[in-house]
Structures are given as C-alpha cells and as structure tokens.
Design a protein around this ligand. Structure first.
Ligand code: SAH
Length: 249
C-alpha cells in the first residue's frame, strides 16, 4: 500500500512515521508513506495556502489550487493503482474499526490534512473525496487525525500483525471491547493476577476472557451488545452479569 499525506506541517507527521511498529512496517516495505508539504504546490512568492472566507467571518480557509495540484500530482504518480482521496474533516463520516479495515485493503490512499477553518469546499467536488472525522470534537488541524487513521489502518494490513501482535483479540474486532491483560509479576502491591490465567486450562481461560469482554462492554459501551450476535454462552453470562449488577444496587 502507498499512502501520500498532504499537510502544511510535515514536521508533525514525519517523526511519527519512523517510530514503533509503523516505522517497522515502513522499513519492511508493507507500507510506503510519502509526506508532502502543500506549500510546495503553491505558485506565488509567499507560498500562501490560505485566504479569507467568501461571505465573511473570522478565520482563514485553505485555498483550493495548491490542494488540487497536490492531490492531482499524487494520483498521477501512481497510474497503475486505484487511488482513494481522504479529506480529514470534523464534519466527515465517522472513522471506526470497520472503516480502518476497509482502508487497509486499499492500494493507494491520499490523505489531506486541513487547517484553519477548513478546506475550500470545491476540493470535494474536484475529486471523488471521502471526508472522514475521527470523532465528535474539533481539532486544530487534520494532521493528528491522519496519523490516527493511518495507525489504525496500517496494523490491519496483512503481514503487519502476524509479525508483532494479534488483531483478533482486540477491542471491536470481535464486536466487543477487549478483555483485560496481565503480565509478570504475578503479584503487585497485594494485587494478584486472576488464578485462572495461571492455571494453563485453555477452555477456562477462554471463558474467563469472554466473560470479562462482555462485562466491560456491558459497562462501558452497552449499545454495542445489542448490535452483535450472541451465542447461548454469551447470553447466560450477560444474564448473570445483569443480575449481579442489580443485586449490588
Ligand atoms: N470549521 C470546521 C473545523 C475546522 S478545524 C468545522 O466546523 O467542521 C481545522 C481542520 O482540522 C479541519 O479542516 C480538519 O482537517 C481537521 N479536523 C478537525 N477536527 C477533526 C476531526 N474530528 N476529525 C478529522 N479532522 C479534523
């Protein structure tokens, strides 16, 4: 997969790409990430990327021409790949694990990071753009949003996790939140690791983890329970958890 990022702050993005597993994935060629400065696509001597909004009001708007040229250059640089243009936007479609999975199967992603009051809306008409938001809050710029999306998407690229982690047990992948994990030491400040995890009894460990995942989901994100298919074992665990909960009230 190739990812092109267009930003006016390459200094925010570039260091994050060389660290940790994302850095390794880039080193190992699972992923190629190119960071482009939108100013390089300007033609005036001040390299201006923003201007005052038509219609008035405070703040500045990112100009259409440099972004058009930048996105076009990225698309043209990969004539044999299917390019997908993403514009980070607080008013975009909400990013989630399912969307990360969809993106991880793409050939070429072009991610545009907005700033100021946002981007001239004509960018969205010039290309087949997906406007994407990472959550219901407003950031100062799209750079961290782009990193969040790329980080979530990259770890799902085939080959990435098999090397470093296990995606199947993550929150959301199973439709539930993740179960709690423990590592050495067995006891810390009087807190013992749950006995069952040391028992070596795989079936009991599986059941314990499933119960904990259901318990956490029921507590933190109850609406998720309604949208997944529960088996008989899950249903009886949920009934138990619900009655424990009402007993303790
Ligand atoms: N006026 C805009 C907010 C602009 S914030 C509005 O009301 O929607 C400036 C830039 O930050 C945006 O162009 C976008 O690229 C980025 N941004 C802000 N919040 C974001 C979010 N929740 N998800 C993704 N990008 C976001």
């Amino acid at each position: 997969m190739i990812v092109d990022i267009l930003t006016i702050f390459p200094g925010i993005i570039t260091p994050a790409l060389s660290e940790s597993l994302l850095g390794k994935a880039v080193d190992e060629g699972l992923l190629e990430i190119n960071v482009h400065d939108i100013r390089d696509f300007t033609e005036d001597k001040h390299q201006s990327v923003d201007d005052a909004p038509f219609g008035g009001g405070a703040g500045m708007v990112m100009k259409v021409e440099p972004i058009y040229k930048g996105v076009k250059a990225c698309i043209d640089s990969q004539p044999n790949l299917q390019s997908t243009v993403i514009v980070t936007s607080a008013s975009g479609r909400r990013f989630d694990q399912q969307y990360a999975e969809e993106l991880s199967r793409m050939e070429h992603l072009i991610v545009v990071c907005g700033r100021y009051k946002g981007i001239d809306a004509r960018v969205m008409e010039l290309f087949d753009v997906r406007e994407v938001s990472i959550g219901d809050y407003v950031l100062t710029g799209g750079d961290f949003a782009a990193l969040v999306m790329i980080e979530a998407m990259a770890r799902l690229i085939p080959g990435y996790m098999s090397k470093f982690e296990a995606a199947e047990t993550d929150s959301f992948t199973s439709g539930l939140l993740g179960y709690p994990e423990y590592t050495r030491p067995k006891e810390f400040m009087g807190l013992e690791v749950p006995e069952v995890l040391i028992s070596g009894h795989h079936e009991n460990i599986r059941k314990f983890r499933r119960r904990k995942a259901l318990e956490k989901t029921l507590h933190n994100r109850p609406e998720m329970i309604d949208s997944i298919e529960l088996n008989e074992e899950d249903k009886s665990i949920i009934n138990e958890l619900r009655s424990e909960n009402s007993d303790s009230r």
